[in-house]
Design a protein around this ligand. Structure first.
Ligand code: GAL
Length: 363
């Protein structure tokens, strides 16, 4: 912007003849000419200023459902992912479905950002070969990252399964560094229950929870992680609703839980319920958007709370799955309207976040 300004100021030079001394008609014409030139230049400057300003505003926006590129210009690979807010930055981990990946391995990628718009690739933090003889088409999905304040370790949870989704377990990998190479530790069924889609929740007091779908009991379980986060040690809530893609947020004294119906990769109208305590009682589930919108083709993966100096915003993070070209699946992130027991997902429009103040503006 300053370059443009400098360029134009350089070009706006006053005439060599002094204006107030000019008396003749030629001088008058010269003066008019100069004024005309000056206003033309100013107009051009204003035009360029507006174009540059709107281009830079657009580059600060989140564009729900559009291709989202990282600092390398590559499409972000963090499907079914989660975000950990750590030392002032947001770390996004998710399924890395890059086409050129080794088909026998499963990958988790990690990105970092301070504004939720520009993401820097930090690497494939997990590149795992079949850890439990799960066979062809084995599954590693919906990775979620926790930081344990007691051990200082970063613990990555994910859904681990065979190609038929019969194993229904949780897998764990750990690292000393948030974006380091994670080492596979083990897999288990949390609280001896089948567990498929997982979600994560960190409460305002820092305690960490896993939300998982338990099919035989047709329920959504909220369970607390053990002190070292290496296992799940206590059921906090059992919500009798066959839902997956679990997400939770605590906002203005109420817990909001969110999930999708079980239609595989196909979108459906996601629903939410609220409770004064994590243990319930939970209200009936209601739609987050008009039914026919089908969550604008997305499926929930997380509710991200941004606490700023002035406001608190909650972002719905969803995946727009493209099962045939899974690497091209998109992200639908939209700030929700939330409060007094209501949660509403507005239709997708570009939006801006003011990270410091915590407010969002939908364009
Ligand atoms: C969805 C689930 C995804 C993936 C998919 C496979 O229901 O949320 O994570 O498992 O099924 O069909």
């Amino acid at each position: 912007m300053f370059c443009f300004l400098a360029l134009f100021i350089q070009r706006i030079r006053l005439p060599k003849t002094s204006w107030h001394l000019s008396k003749t008609g030629t001088d008058e014409r010269l003066k008019k000419d100069q004024m005309k030139k000056l206003s033309m230049l100013l107009l051009r400057f204003l035009f360029v200023f507006m174009v540059v300003k709107s281009a830079s505003a657009a580059s600060q926006q989140v564009l729900p459902g559009e291709v989202w590129r990282d600092n390398r210009g590559q499409q972000i690979q963090a499907h079914g992912g989660g975000i950990l807010h750590w030392k002032g930055a947001y770390y996004w981990v998710g399924e890395d479905r890059t086409q050129s990946n080794d088909p026998d391995k499963r990958y988790v990628a990690c990105y970092v950002s301070r504004d939720l718009v520009h993401w820097t690739f930090r690497g494939q933090v997990l590149a795992l070969a079949d850890p439990e003889h799960l066979g062809p088409n084995w599954v590693l999905e919906r990775p979620k990252l926790f930081h344990n304040p007691r051990t200082g370790k970063f613990v990555l949870y994910f859904h681990l399964d065979d190609g038929h989704y019969k194993l229904a377990r949780v897998g764990i990998a750990v690292s000393e560094r948030i974006d380091g190479n994670y080492t596979y530790v083990k897999s288990f069924r949390p609280l001896d229950q089948e567990s498929r889609d997982i979600g994560q929740f960190i409460d305002d007091d820092g305690s960490a929870y896993l939300i998982f779908e338990s099919r035989p009991t047709k329920g959504f379980i909220i369970a607390r992680l053990s002190d070292d986060y290496m296992t799940v040690d206590k059921q906090i809530s059992f919500i009798r609703a066959p839902l997956e893609g679990g997400a939770l947020v605590h906002y203005n004294g109420l817990y909001y839980v969110l999930g999708s119906h079980m239609t595989g990769w196909r979108p459906n109208p996601n629903v939410y319920a609220t409770a004064p305590l994590l243990s319930g009682p939970w209200t009936e589930f209601k739609d987050i958007a008009p039914q026919k919108a089908s969550t604008y083709e997305a499926q929930s993966t997380m509710l991200l709370k941004i606490v700023g100096s002035k406001e608190t915003s909650v972002i719905f993070m969803g995946d727009v799955w493209k099962p045939r070209t899974i690497w091209d699946s998109r992200y639908l992130w939209i700030p929700v309207q939330i409060g007094n027991g209501e949660l509403h997902l507005p239709s997708p429009h570009p939006w801006l976040l003011n990270v410091k103040a915590g407010g969002t503006t939908i364009k």
